[in-house]
Design a protein around this ligand. Structure first.
Ligand code: NAG
Ligand code: NAG
Ligand code: NAG
Ligand code: NAG
Ligand code: NAG
Length: 473
């Protein structure tokens, strides 16, 4: 009897100390364990599969791809990976809409691990640039809402749309051929944009079913994961599993959205017309939406839902630790005072929202914490510029260190995977990141004992807390 008691006490003590030491890492695992899900981890444990670091993400237009790019940029920076960036003459994109060639890549950004800036896809060219174990990923969006978004966003930019009387989407769809000129600059925004971005022939006749089928099969062969914007979080869960990344690696804040007032809802009949006009895109979407849901089912829908919820909770905690109780100030671009945070707008009539930040980043980051928070919300163009600056610096330093006769050899072998122990570096840099609100149970506080304790307490008493809040009402 006494032995049994002692045994129980020992078990209890070791459980508590484990929780204290493992902190939030264990919390993911425990939550996952209850559902029989594949283990969820936010922090490294020995014997885990290394994270895959070589990723080519084809950024498509108006598909939440900017948010995805931000996730990849931050992952690259945290792990000191190389991101291939465009030469200055190409601006922040790889000279889109010209087909991608390696000549568009800034020489200070090779050999790369990651590539994610806008391009028109060309697998042959990318293969010359990227490591041979690169995983290809892209994202699609439902053609109806996507075309509405393109039409509004590029209304003053794309000739095919400018010709339409009253800027009316209905008028355009009534007779697209009347306004659309396939060979004009920017015509890709007006017809099968996804197909074009993926390197396909946007103007192939819809009657050419064989072409459409071959193209879908080709995309399927090249891309290991085709994310779907409507199911962004679910897609991220698949991405995380595919790359063996942690939940912390896929946290994001939505970027490059329009204000609600510059969106319009589609009148009945329009979605069908949009699909008919963009039939290649519609076929791609239907195919890959179906395959996304097949993959999610294979993972287990309950597990996926649970993981999505954990992602959203971690996101909320991160936002609170960055910005306090007051979430970042969502503003339309024109109102954002700090130009470092102002997203690019195609015209004054499209209101893109961004985040205003109470810190003057032109004066430098005052801490790592602020730096992470800033990078969550910094727009694409500014982030690209900042990344190019830091990578160029790194390149010049390694160049200077090399003896002269070696200066033409590549600087270092390409890292194909990320050994888990190097992640210590990552998690150690993060405690500061949660800043003043670190006591709120941020997943970013592995080092701080108090942070862990609080979180553990919170998790350990989860059900009773829920009850308390119910009885409190
Ligand atoms: C893609 O690149 C290859 C050479 O690497 C070239 O032969 C081919 O024409 C390119 N495709 C397009 C659509 O430009
Ligand atoms: C990838 O590249 C490495 C090093 O260049 C080579 O040893 C390996 O055989 C290649 N793998 C494939 C699948 O081509
Ligand atoms: C454009 O708007 C004007 C005024 O609202 C209207 O009279 C005209 O019929 C519209 N044109 C088209 C093609 O919808
Ligand atoms: C995507 O596929 C799922 C599963 O088949 C379906 O329920 C859903 O309606 C599809 N979404 C869209 C936007 O078509
Ligand atoms: C931010 O920096 C700019 C330029 O250095 C300066 O003019 C401005 O007053 C600063 N704003 C704040 C709030 O510190």
């Amino acid at each position: 009897m006494l032995q049994k008691k002692i045994f129980l006490v020992v078990v209890a003590i070791s459980t508590v100390s484990l929780l204290l030491h493992q902190g939030s890492h264990l919390s993911w695992t425990i939550e996952g364990f209850y559902l029989g899900c594949p283990a969820l981890r936010s922090h490294p444990a020995p014997g885990l599969k290394p994270k895959h670091t070589n990723v080519a993400f084809l950024k498509t237009h108006k598909t939440a791809s900017t948010t995805m790019q931000n996730v990849l940029f931050r992952f690259a920076e945290r792990n000191r990976l190389m991101v291939a960036l465009p030469v200055q003459a190409c601006s922040h994109q790889f000279c889109y809409p010209r087909p991608f060639t390696t000549r568009f890549v800034h020489p200070h950004t090779v050999p790369p691990n990651i590539i994610t800036s806008h391009m028109r896809f060309n697998k042959t060219e990318l293969r010359h640039l990227m490591p041979n174990d690169t995983i290809y990923i892209t994202i699609l969006r439902e053609p109806g809402s996507m075309f509405e978004s393109l039409f509004t966003y590029y209304n003053k930019h794309c000739e095919s749309f400018k010709r339409v009387p009253n800027g009316s989407l209905e008028a355009f769809l009534e007779d697209p051929r009347r306004y659309y000129q396939p060979d004009e600059e920017d015509s890709m925004y007006a017809h099968n944009t996804l197909t074009f971005d993926l390197g396909g022939d946007k103007d192939r006749s819809p009657k050419d079913v064989a072409y459409a089928q071959t193209f879908v099969a080709e995309v399927e062969r090249v891309f290991s994961l085709v994310m779907i914007a409507e199911y962004f979080d679910e897609s991220l869960v698949l991405l995380r599993h595919l790359l063996s990344w942690d939940l912390d690696d896929i946290l994001y804040v939505k970027l490059n959205m329009r204000t609600p007032s510059s969106k319009r809802s589609l009148t009945p009949g329009l979605p069908a017309k949009i699909r008919a006009w963009n039939s290649l895109d519609a076929r791609l979407y239907d195919h890959f939406n179906a395959s996304l849901w097949r993959q999610l089912s294979a993972l287990g829908l309950t597990c996926v839902a649970r993981e999505v919820r954990l992602l959203q909770q971690a996101q909320e905690r991160l936002m609170r630790s960055c910005f306090g109780e007051q979430l970042p100030l969502l503003r339309s671009a024109t109102q954002i005072k700090n130009k470092d945070f102002r997203p690019w707008q195609p015209s004054g009539e499209v209101d893109i929202v961004g985040y205003d930040f109470p810190v003057n980043i032109s004066r430098g980051f005052s801490s790592q914490a602020q730096e992470l928070c800033v990078k969550l919300i910094i727009p694409e163009v500014q982030y690209t510029r900042s990344l190019l600056r830091s990578q160029s610096l790194r390149y010049r330093r390694s160049y200077q260190r090399q003896p002269l006769h070696q200066s033409h050899t590549p600087q270092q072998p390409i890292r194909t995977v990320l050994p888990r122990h190097s992640q210590l570096h990552h998690s150690q840099s993060l405690p500061a990141v949660s800043g003043p609100a670190s006591g709120k149970g941020s997943t970013y506080t592995p080092k701080s004992a108090t942070g862990n304790q609080r979180q553990t307490t919170k998790l350990g008493t989860k059900s009773s807390q829920t009850q308390t809040s119910f009885t409190g009402k």
